[in-house]
Design a protein around this ligand. Structure first.
Ligand code: NAP
Length: 244
């Protein structure tokens, strides 16, 4: 079984390690967005495939695909569905960690632009943790405010002089998050529904400090593909495929 694992997530790394133990020939694929990515066990390829057709061409070397990309990486997930359903179809599984249930007082919004508007109405000193690619969406509304933005790697944008950018990848810890938010005197958090445990302490710290939380909803999940929420379920799917 030669498996292409579309990764870039902690679940992707965990799955790669487990499948290697099972004797699966796994190749993890990373987008190449960060300079020093956390590398999974086994073979790794880095960089885009060149759209649906590029991915389809790459699939000649694989028997199945697991899409374990981040819930917000909708482009890659859509490409995987389109490439795998071409004739002859290639088995595809989506591994997506569940979103957070959330608290009744969270401010759910559909886009980063609306998140910026909402944050501007809720506070003066936002703490933004939405990812490097999305911080630019906040400049038009919040460019003149003292924003603290946390990203994995410095974004390609002219950072407004009032902003402070910190680079970090998590997992985060409650005491550090409390200290960071107190130091910045953050009065509103903007985040997204990443799910999992890495970013949960940030939410917890906001709750303890009484800071309102603005959450950008997940984009719709890909359709027409089986979905599992856990790494072990993905391992089972691969085992069943090998046994078939
Ligand atoms: P995206 O918008 O869905 O993807 C845009 C393009 O980047 C894809 O069409 C593909 O290029 C390339 N790409 C994305 N993921 C890839 C992968 N795993 N392997 C090879 N090429 C990939 O993706 P994104 O939101 O920029 O996320 C990029 C990567 O970062 C993903 O692997 C994701 O798991 C990880 N990540 C994303 C977030 C987030 O919030 N979006 C957070 C944490 C980690 P081609 O069309 O050329 O194939």
């Amino acid at each position: 079984m030669r498996l292409l694992l579309l990764g870039g997530t902690s679940e992707g790394r965990e799955l790669a390690a487990k499948l290697m133990t099972d004797g699966v020939d796994v190749t993890s694929s990373l987008a190449g967005r960060v300079d020093r990515p956390r590398l999974p066990a086994g073979k790794v390829r880095i960089g885009g495939f060149g759209g649906v057709l590029g991915l389809r061409n790459a699939l000649v070397d694989f028997d199945a695909v697991v899409d374990a990309t981040h819930p917000y990486a909708v482009g890659m997930s859509a490409n995987a569905v389109a490439a795998c359903e071409m004739d002859p179809p290639v088995p595809l599984l989506r591994l997506e960690r569940p979103g957070w249930e959330g608290e009744p007082d969270w401010h759910w919004v559909d886009t980063h632009e609306v998140a910026a508007l909402r944050a501007a109405s809720l506070g003066d000193r936002p703490f933004i943790t939405v990812g490097r690619q999305e911080v630019a969406s906040f400049v038009p509304r919040l460019g003149r405010r003292p924003v603290l933005a946390r990203v994995a790697q410095l974004p390609d944008l002219a950072v407004p002089p009032q902003w402070r950018i910190v680079t970090s990848r998590g997992p985060y810890h409650l005491l550090d998050e409390l200290a960071l938010m107190r130091e910045h005197r953050a009065d509103v958090l903007v985040t997204k529904d990443s799910g999992g445990s890495y970013a949960w302490p940030t939410i917890e710290a906001s709750g303890q400090l009484g800071i309102p939380v603005v959450v950008v909803r997940r984009p719709p999940a890909p359709t027409g593909v089986p979905v599992v929420n856990g790494v072990d379920e993905a391992v089972e799917w691969v085992r069943a495929l090998r046994a078939a």
